[in-house]
Design a protein around this ligand. Structure first.
Ligand code: COA
Length: 134
């Protein structure tokens, strides 16, 4: 089982590498922005360590009292199915505080989230500054 610890700058390169391997560009596109985002006020980022190796990470945005939002969750391909994703979710929530966690799930990950006590609600990712009907 991996150790779940708070994110520190020393973990940044490994986190960006995990994202690149997964084909997630938002963090690797701008490492300085990524470092700020992962440590921003109200943000809790944790990493899973297997010995010294970063094998996953999670980012939760939270008010610390009621509401949390799981923004990012990723486990290294070769380390999946060992309980690390579950530990990352539990660890990030425990550190962030709050009563509950919302998440927008990709279709393929639904089965993972459905193992937690949950409610299903419609979710949207909106881009308010882009042209639309609003
Ligand atoms: C989703 C993800 C974080 C799960 O991490 P993980 O470390 O493999 O998860 P766990 O080992 O804690 O899984 C716990 C259980 O959920 C199951 N599970 C894991 N991923 C699943 C999936 N995608 N669909 C259905 N069940 C899944 C596991 O089989 C395991 O079940 P078991 O306890 O009966 O064996 C990981 O697969 C991942 O990083 N995927 C790519 C990125 C991604 O999709 N992130 C989420 C974006 S919404």
């Amino acid at each position: 089982m991996a150790d779940v610890v708070p994110f520190a700058d020393v973990h940044l390169d490994a986190v960006l590498d995990l994202c690149r391997r997964q084909g997630w560009p938002s963090l690797p596109d701008d490492p300085d922005r990524a470092r700020r985002a992962l440590r921003a006020p109200g943000v809790t980022t944790v990493v899973a360590l297997d010995d010294e190796r970063v094998v996953g990470f999670a980012q939760v945005l939270s008010d610390g009292e009621i509401q949390g939002y799981l923004a990012l969750l990723l486990v290294a391909d070769d380390m999946r199915g060992r309980g690390i994703g579950t530990e990352l979710v539990r660890g990030a929530h425990a550190l962030a505080g709050g009563l509950r966690v919302d998440v927008l799930s990709e279709e393929l990950s639904s089965g993972f989230y459905e193992r937690f006590t949950h409610r299903v609600m419609p979710g949207y990712r909106i881009y308010p500054s882009a042209p639309g009907r609003a």
